[in-house]
Design a protein around this ligand. Sequence first.
Ligand code: PGA
Length: 248
Amino acid sequence: MSGNIKLQICDSAAAVATAAATAFADLIRTRPDAVIGLATGSTPEATYTEMARMHKDEGLTMAGVTSFNLDEYWGLGGDHEQSYRYFMNDRLFRHVDIHPWNTHVLNGKARFPALECRSFEDRILAAGGVDLWLLGIGGNGHIAFNEPGSSVDSRTRLVSLTQETIDANSDGRFFSDPSEVPRCALSAGIGTIREARALILLATGAKKADAIAAAVEGPFSPDCPSSLLQDHPECTFIIDAAAASMLT
Ligand code: PGA
């Protein structure tokens, strides 16, 4: 099955970043009060660098934008260098004119996780839903921290990370040792993500090639959470040639 997923295959990782940043900039220029969804990880870093450049050099303003992030490690506060709140402040928010109070990242130190997750969903609804949500993909096909087995209608919740994800995030890019990686996270659910009006998933490098092939050409199945985007009406995968190399 290939479903509705649109593919944009770029020559390089830099071209992936430019294409993704341009899609967000076009939305924000058309709709200055856009509600955008954001992701963390290595892959979107270059996209955020490009958005910051567009703000500095081209006058792209995010003053009216509201953002929601996919996930946060459970147990890490926003001042922890490996928290996703810290990542977003460091890579994007402090470089543009988005208002800090319009940036929503789940609180990894919330006293009551279920209440925090409910509040996150309520804030998305109150904002009118997400116009365009940026996603990465794990080597096991996960989106946000929805690991294989996550249901198509899952909502924002406390989840456990798989060993594969813990290992992937402790290869020196973020944590230096698996024992440092939190075992749990708060994550937007697949149902939450699917409600965004449009989705852009980024992937670069051969390490993502199997996951991309499973997501695009494999069965619609919780075994590969990103395959659960196949019936989304407006979902584009922007990937480089290496990540596309296992597609038939
Ligand atoms: P990465 O992570 O961009 O660091 O590869 C993506 C993900 O696990 O969703």
